[in-house]
Write a protein that binds this ligand. Sequence first.
Ligand code: FE2
Length: 202
Amino acid sequence: MGVVAELDEGVFAHCKRVQALALLLGETIGLTSLELNQLGLGAFLHDIGKRYIPADVLNKEAPLTPEEWELVQTHPKLGFELAETLGLGDSVKRIILEHHLWADGRGGYPRETGYTTPSFLSQITTVADVVDAMTSHRPYRQALDLATCLDYLTENAETKFNASVVAVFQSLVSQGLFGSEWPSSLQADNPSIPLGLAVGRR
Ligand SMILES: [Fe+2]
């Protein structure tokens, strides 16, 4: 899909990893094949709005200025608007719009979505997004370890994150089905990877 290929290389690789983890979570939870299709597409496209954010802001090593942070926070809404022009379904569009919203609807952004809380598929994507963001190298910090990530998810379960999704992620980690080391194919830009590839599938 052209709109994804235009993304910053690091954002594109992040989208593929978020898709893989979201699908692993969704399969473990027992979503239907329709829900998994919606989740896979929405998770893959969740950051398409970042194509409108300048690369020097996305890759900035220093802390963002208030103006730059405001600009970054526009990406879910911009992505949602782009998804509308592509004719994507509501479930997919909601994932794009809601992936930075808290599960309880009381924080995150954007707050004006028309819904009280994010959809369950959005809440799964949020957990996958945070796991990948924390365990990946960022221009402004080194990758954090999985234990730190799990602590953060657990501390914020019921508020920022859906507690049952966090519990499923925890069980995947304890069973060795998810590690912080991604296959090399998902660490770098590799557009030839087919959609739906998941990590740690049984
Ligand atoms: Fe995002």
